[in-house]
Design a protein around this ligand. Structure first.
Ligand SMILES: [Mn+2]
Length: 405
């Protein structure tokens, strides 16, 4: 039977095609807004279109079709950025429930509504989307699921490629009106963009810290997690092979031994895991971390946790790593190794906002495993919202340039 094409369809088609490529995305609307203020005119663009983090422009920094990381021409001249979101879909370092390889796109899905009203962050009084920073979504680093050693090389190389791209903003006006250009902390002599990584299981932080070290040297780490992740391979993963020794419970142990972490000025927050024994805390201290257990919040509140974190890292370049399992499973069920007795999303967001002004050089959010999320996608949403706070902190802090001279 022949299917009839109605005259209505035929006449409507050219109009529909005329719209392709010209749908105004929330942050790129060329026409004046209909209502004065910070709003945006097209709510439909929140739920339609190809998904990037918070509808940010897609950077196409890698070649997903060939699985390759380009050696040159990563970012075309004039197309640089200050903050890049990048996915790292690796989950073959997990010990229990896998699935974090779907985390990057899960978090992107959870981020779709972030710009519905324009993206202004009330608590931090900043709109990260409409300030000095050019922010992009670089897609995903190509990662093999068959060979962890190769994957770690890919992740190191991919992160380095983005990190060593020149930042767009390379000057800043100081309080006196003077223009400053001297980069803070870097050993390369240039201002680096900040990379925010969407995990992936927590193993990805070892390659990330190796990359960060190539630009900044050892950094202080703020680590939100229910687990220590400084376990010796003999305790976690049994160290049956060199490959097995690097996993999502041991990467900080390796990072500390490689000199990637500033000893004594790194800090855990939200810890509540069982241990192999009290000696795990001793090994953890040797790796350079101060400890804030989750239950401490009942005694000192969110402000007390904030104060402890700031005291540990202030004055240093800071890397921020957030395991979504720092939250209580009621707030974030979709993760590989959930632990009850965790913080609420409100408490975590308050604590992260309390890090305002710190020199955060990079960040990640890991261990979101979408196959375990509920139908409301609550884990993916809270992950996106937490990264929105992190992005706001980075924008509010400004480029990492020294204004003291
Ligand atoms: Mn964890």
């Amino acid at each position: 039977m022949r299917i009839r094409t109605t005259p209505t369809f035929v006449s409507a088609a050219p109009e529909a095609f005329a719209c392709v490529g010209s749908v105004p995305f929330p942050l790129q609307a060329a026409e004046p807004l209909l209502i004065p203020g910070d709003g945006e005119p097209t709510a439909d663009s929140i739920f339609s279109g190809v998904t990037t983090f918070a509808h940010l422009p897609f950077g196409a920094c890698f070649s997903p079709l060939t699985g390759s990381i380009p050696d040159t021409d990563l970012v075309k001249p004039g197309n640089t950025f200050d903050i890049a979101f990048v996915g790292t879909p690796f989950d073959t370092g997990t010990s229990f429930r896998p699935g974090a390889r779907f985390g990057p796109n899960g978090i992107r899905q959870g981020s779709r509504r972030l710009t519905l009203y324009g993206g202004y962050n009330v608590a931090l009084d900043v709109n990260p989307f409409k300030d000095w920073a050019r922010i992009v979504d670089c897609g995903d680093v190509p990662v093999t699921p068959y060979d962890n050693n190769m994957a770690i090389e890919q992740m190191t190389k991919g992160h380095k490629k983005l990190l060593h791209t020149a930042a767009k903003a390379t000057t800043i006006k100081g309080p006196s009106g003077k223009t400053h250009t001297k980069p803070l902390y870097t050993k390369t002599g240039k201002v680096h963009p900040r990379i925010i990584t969407l995990g992936g299981d927590h193993t990805i932080v070892l390659p990330i810290l190796r990359s960060i070290n190539s630009a900044y040297g050892p950094v202080s780490v703020i680590h939100f997690d229910s687990h220590l992740d400084t376990w010796q391979p003999s305790v976690f993963g049994a160290g049956r092979s060199k490959t097995a020794s690097i996993n999502h419970g041991t990467y900080f142990w390796h990072a500390a031994r490689e000199g990637l972490i500033r000893n004594g000025s790194s800090v855990h927050a939200g810890i509540r895991t069982t241990l192999s024994g009290p000696s795990d805390y001793r090994v953890d201290k040797e790796a350079g971390f101060q400890l804030n257990e989750a239950r401490l919040i009942d005694q000192i509140g969110t402000q007390g946790i904030i104060d402890n974190i700031r005291k540990a890292v202030e004055g240093n370049p800071v890397y921020l790593s957030i395991d979504i399992d720092v939250l209580d499973p009621s707030a974030a069920p979709a993760t590989g190794t959930p632990e009850t007795g965790g913080w609420s999303s409100r408490e975590l967001r308050t604590i992260i906002r309390g890090l305002e002004g710190l020199d955060i050089v990079g960040a990640d959010l890991v261990e979101v495993s979408p196959p375990y999320d509920n139908q409301a996608e609550v884990t993916q949403q809270v992950a996106a919202d937490v990264l929105y706070e992190v992005m706001s902190l980075m924008v509010k802090r400004g480029p990492l340039i020294d204004v003291s001279d």
